[in-house]
Design a protein around this ligand. Structure first.
Ligand code: HEC
Ligand code: HEC
Ligand code: HEC
Ligand code: HEC
Ligand code: HEC
Ligand code: HEC
Length: 273
């Protein structure tokens, strides 16, 4: 590799690193600090709660993704993949939709009955239950301790600090791919070929994109057609800047799946000398 290309790689890589590691929101100008491992994947849902005199809702991906695949919630239950974009009302939950698809006081998961979500009639004894979800800004003791949960799992440096993929491979977590009464039976997915993406900057390692692995977690519908048209390889355009802005691969890899700071987990193909 000559010196000019080497400099170019370093320049582009640095620009990307700056964008990834020091994100200053262009809208607010406030510099966001990097989330702590237990905060990564947290979503605050606050369209209606405050108007109803309740604290906004805190949703943690780490608890939920250890029990279900992404597809169960984002396809079968129907949550949007953007914080606040699902219009969830107390009535929806009480009637068994959205959070209420599981949190209905009846469904049993891993041998435990899942606590009920919103209900219209509220007794004094209910308040504690409401606060398990309507907890933003309150001091509510969670039944799930992140450090206890993550202790036996393989570690990574960024995001939740866990290697979710390996945890699943080793059988340490077994996310269920269906939800009785909600998931419709369908034919097994026709898995697509894995492929390579070339960053077009000499010296920057190619990206190996595994359709097979992504499909296990996401099915097809999480990516096609909204994030990637996917009719033909080459129709979607990728750039690290767009990904950093939360588009394309960045829809998941800036919020829930391992974050962009982990360059070499995507840019993994060895560079040819
Ligand atoms: C499993 C989680 C969960 C639990 C438990 C829960 N809620 Fe909710 N609730 C939600 C979510 C999510 C929303 C939507 C939040 C938003 O957009 O602000 C919501 C919204 C609401 C709203 C505002 C929306 C509307 O339709 O008026 C009310 C009122 C409400 N809940 C009442 C309750 C009460 C009362 C309890 C306790 C008996 C309770 N909730 C327990 C998840 C929960
Ligand atoms: C138990 C249900 C559940 C599971 C499982 C789940 N999610 Fe989510 N996800 C949600 C909810 C609820 C929201 C918030 C939606 C809203 O606010 O309207 C959300 C939001 C998101 C967002 C938007 C985050 C943001 O900050 O804007 C992304 C991206 C996402 N999920 C990806 C995933 C991926 C990838 C997986 C699998 C590894 C996954 N989810 C598993 C329920 C789930
Ligand atoms: C696909 C099923 C499913 C859906 C949908 C779901 N959850 Fe859960 N959630 C679970 C299970 C299972 C647990 C563990 C329950 C237990 O141990 O009682 C859990 C646990 C929780 C906890 C942990 C409480 C604690 O004390 O640590 C909170 C908070 C929570 N969910 C909020 C939500 C909210 C808010 C929504 C909707 C935005 C939601 N969940 C949607 C299955 C689901
Ligand atoms: C995590 C996201 C993701 C998931 C999940 C996913 N794909 Fe794709 N798929 C892609 C990307 C990225 C491309 C490349 C698209 C492009 O460049 O326009 C692609 C391309 C394709 C193509 C065009 C292939 C070619 O060689 O021209 C087909 C067909 C396709 N996907 C079908 C599927 C099917 C069927 C599933 C489920 C079994 C699936 N995909 C799951 C991201 C995904
Ligand atoms: C719909 C959400 C979603 C989208 C979009 C997505 N991913 Fe992923 N990806 C995941 C999840 C979930 C994992 C599991 C690991 C984790 O959560 O940290 C994963 C794992 C990976 C891995 C490690 C597994 C492997 O293949 O060896 C790579 C590399 C990767 N993604 C690259 C990409 C690239 C490149 C794109 C864009 C072309 C992309 N992903 C788009 C959700 C997504
Ligand atoms: C989630 C996967 C993923 C991660 C993590 C990731 N990249 Fe990328 N990167 C991509 C994809 C996809 C492309 C576009 C490939 C193409 O053009 O087809 C790309 C392109 C690039 C390019 C080429 C210029 C451009 O803007 O397209 C550079 C330089 C780059 N990445 C640097 C980095 C650095 C430095 C990091 C770590 C801070 C990083 N990337 C982390 C997926 C990733």
């Amino acid at each position: 590799m000559n010196k000019v290309t080497m400099n170019k790689i370093i320049f582009v890589a640095l620009a990307v690193m700056l964008a990834v590691c020091g994100p200053a929101s262009s809208q607010t100008g406030i510099k966001k600090r990097r989330p702590l491992p237990y905060e990564y994947g947290r979503v605050i849902i606050r369209n209606y709660s405050e108007k109803a005199g309740l604290a906004p809702v805190v949703f943690e991906h780490w608890i939920h993704r250890s029990k279900f695949t992404c597809r169960v919630c984002h396809v079968d239950v129907g949550f949007a993949m953007k914080a606040g974009a699902t219009d969830i009302t107390a009535a929806d939950n009480a009637h068994g939709y959205y959070c209420g698809a599981c949190h209905n006081g009846k469904r049993v998961v891993d041998g435990k009955t899942v606590f009920q979500s919103c209900s219209e009639k509220v007794t004094a004894g209910d308040a504690k239950r409401c606060e398990r979800c309507h907890s933003y800004g309150l001091k509510v003791a969670s039944e799930y301790d992140f450090f206890e949960f993550s202790e036996p799992l393989p570690k990574e440096r960024f995001g939740n600090g866990l290697d979710w993929e390996k945890a699943e491979e080793l059988g340490l977590i077994k996310p269920s791919a269906s939800l009785e009464g909600v998931t419709i039976k369908r034919n097994p997915l026709v898995v697509q070929k894995d492929f390579m993406l070339n960053p077009k900057v000499e010296g920057m390692p190619d990206i190996i994109f595994s359709h097979t692995k992504h499909t296990v977690w996401n099915g097809c519908e999480l990516c096609h057609p909204e994030i990637f048209v996917g009719v033909k390889k080459g129709t979607s355009h990728y750039s690290m800047v767009e990904i950093t802005e939360g588009k394309s691969c960045g829809v998941c890899h800036t919020t829930v799946a391992f974050p962009l700071a982990d360059c070499q987990r995507c840019h993994s193909k060895p560079v040819q000398p």
